[in-house]
Structure formats: structure tokens, C-alpha cells
Design a protein around this ligand. Structure first.
Ligand SMILES: [Zn+2]
Length: 347
């Protein structure tokens, strides 16, 4: 019975109407802009464009079962834009006898509401708890769909949201457009610390780490062995670094590599039974650090540094060049200020 149910759920879809399409991997910002420019240059298709824009925007959530009673809604391996509505990050749903437990709430109010419905259709119950892994907007702007007391995050995440949340909201409205309509910042009502929370027959082990941001929560559910790593782990999609502390990130990856895990859910990318995501993330961070430092020490300008060659293996990583360029923008000013400490070889 359980197996059949899982198989059926593999192709399940929550929600209907216009979906966020999982279009091509690795689309660059330039390509997106060129596409928009092409649309603007063709008055004949403006009518069709307007019609699409006027259609109701609904996230078509497709839960994938990863083990008994645990599903992942995969984010698309793209940058946030008006096609994907910001649904680029993974969201995890656990079934418990007290209700669904969700990790991360998605990019918008509209997504959060769809997520509640999706969790109900999977579990037949309401939502008992929503853990938030970190304060980045693709993970937290579905909060409005939930009671503040159901929303739980480390104090550092709550503080980060209180400080940066309004700026994130503006940026999201800019990038994702109408998908964000009605979305407002909602702060979690419960503080998560290192410990265990038992909910409806499951044990959620929470550990507060850092490195991707100043506060990154990982959640290990003991019964299933599922570890939700948030954005400390990326797989086959280049990591984002706007709030990164690379030494702390490296030691968090060391911590994750020691966890007894059956399945690891990265913040972005496919679920894996091993540690490929943690290893790949560590290698990416080493490339970013070494390549950018070398470019800086050779006296290259920021624009020149952005064109530095990347290793061949990164060709199969979605958004590799796009995120490398963004990392140059984040880290060059730190190098110029002399406050990007040199770190010995990665783990
Ligand atoms: Zn993310």
C-alpha cells in the first residue's frame, strides 16, 4: 500500500493553471535580458505576451517522494525570474501523525498557499511546523501562509530577516514580478536552538551552523534519516555567496559529512544518498576563493576577473558563470579592503 502510494505520488502535481516551467538549465541573466529585449522589439507578439501576463499565476507543485512519508518540491536550476516565480529552492515535506512538517516556505505568499494545499493533499492534515533554514528570500517568503507560531528558525535567521527582509522583498518584486503580489515579510514566532523536537512520531534534530549566511539551520529527521541541509549544500547548481563566510562554510560542510544520513536534501539540486553535494560545494568554494584571489593579486579589474576560466567540471553545473560573476562582485570589495582572510587548503 505504502509503496503504491509513493509511486503514485512521484508524478503527483499540486495546484493547476499556469505553472512555473522548468525551462532550460543555466540560463544567464544576459540571455534572459536578450529574450525580454526580443519580445519588446516585436510589437506583433505583445498581445500574446499581455495575455500570458494577465493569466492567473499558479505554481504547479510536483512533490517527489524520497522515502516513506517524505517529499521534496524541487526548485528549478535557474536564477529568480518572471517565468519561474522565484521557485528555485527545494522545499521538503514530512508526514507526521500531528500534521505536515515543512522545511522552507518558498519565495512568495502565493507559493506558501499552494504549499499548504500540497501538504494537505499529501498528508490529509494541516501543517504542524515549518522550519526555515536561512534568511534568503527564495526560502522564506511563503511564510504568510502559516501561523507565526508554526514558523521556527534560529535567532540569527530571525534577526537577519528583520534587518534585510524588506530589501529582499523589493528585490523579489523586481525579479519575479506578479508572482510576488500580496507578499509581505512575516517573522517566525519560534526560536530554534540545537536540540530535538518530537512531532507526531518523528524526531527532528536541529543544528544551527553558519557559512552560507550568519545562521544556517540543518534538520535531520531521525526516523527516515533524511537530512535537510539548506543552502550549505548545493548540487549541480552553483552556490550563491552574497552573505558567505567561507571558513565557516567549510567547517559546516565538515560537520555535515560526519552526519549519519540516508538522504541529503540540498538547498538547490537533486536529493542524494551520499555526500556528493557537500563535496561539490566544497570544491566550488575552493575555486571561487582561489580564482578570485589570484585574479586580484594579478591586478585584474573586476570585469576581467569575471572572465577567469573555470575548470571543465563546472560546465555541467547550472548557473556556474552567473554565480561566479556574482561572487566576484561580492568578494572583490572585501579583498580590496584587505579583510578576506587567507585560509589554508579546504577540508
Ligand atoms: Zn537558496
Amino acid at each position: 500500500m505504502a509503496v503504491i502510494r509513493q509511486k503514485q505520488l512521484r508524478s503527483a502535481t499540486c495546484g493547476s493553471g499556469q505553472s512555473s516551467p522548468a525551462s532550460g538549465r543555466g540560463i544567464s541573466r544576459r540571455a534572459a535580458l536578450e529574450r525580454l529585449a526580443a519580445v519588446a522589439a516585436l510589437p506583433l507578439i505583445v498581445g500574446a505576451f499581455d495575455e500570458a501576463a494577465a493569466a492567473p499565476l499558479n505554481y504547479s507543485l510536483k512533490p517527489v517522494a524520497i522515502t516513506e512519508g517524505v517529499w521534496v518540491l524541487y526548485g528549478v536550476p535557474e536564477a529568480i525570474d518572471r517565468n519561474n516565480g522565484g521557485a528555485i529552492a527545494n522545499v521538503t515535506i514530512f508526514d507526521t501523525s500531528d500534521g505536515a512538517v515543512i522545511v522552507d516556505s518558498g519565495p512568495s505568499k502565493r507559493f506558501g498557499l499552494s504549499l499548504v494545499e500540497c501538504a494537505r493533499s499529501l498528508t490529509g492534515k494541516g501543517v504542524a511546523r515549518v522550519y526555515l533554514t536561512h534568511f534568503h528570500p527564495d526560502h522564506v517568503f511563503g511564510n504568510q501562509a502559516f501561523e507565526a507560531q508554526a514558523l521556527a528558525a534560529p535567532q540569527g535567521v530571525i534577526d537577519g530577516l528583520a534587518t534585510l527582509g524588506e530589501d529582499f522583498a523589493s528585490a523579489m518584486y523586481h525579479a519575479a514580478g506578479d508572482w510576488m503580489r500580496g507578499t509581505e515579510l512575516v517573522l517566525p514566532g519560534k526560536v530554534v536552538i540545537d536540540g530535538v523536537e518530537e512531532i507526531g512520531g518523528r524526531r527532528f534534530v536541529t543544528t544551527v551552523l553558519a557559512g552560507h549566511t550568519n545562521s544556517d539551520l540543518i534538520v535531520r529527521e531521525a526516523t527516515s534519516g533524511v537530512v535537510v541541509a539548506g543552502d550549505l549544500v548545493f548540487l549541480d547548481r552553483a552556490p550563491t555567496t552574497p552573505h558567505a563566510d567561507l571558513p565557516k562554510w567549510r567547517s559546516s560542510l565538515e560537520h555535515i559529512a560526519r552526519i549519519d544520513a540516508q538522504h541529503i536534501v540540498p538547498g538547490h539540486g537533486p536529493v542524494e544518498d551520499g555526500f556528493r553535494g557537500a563535496v561539490q560545494t566544497r570544491e566550488w568554494l575552493a575555486i571561487v576563493e582561489e580564482t578570485i584571489r589570484e585574479a586580484f593579486e594579478r591586478g585584474l579589474s573586476m570585469n576581467e576577473a569575471m572572465t577567469s576560466p573555470l575548470p571543465d567540471w563546472t560546465k555541467s553545473i547550472a548557473l556556474a558563470r552567473y554565480e561566479f560573476e556574482r561572487s566576484v562582485m561580492h568578494f572583490y570589495p572585501k579583498l580590496e579592503a584587505g579583510n578576506w582572510p587567507r585560509v589554508d587548503k579546504p577540508i
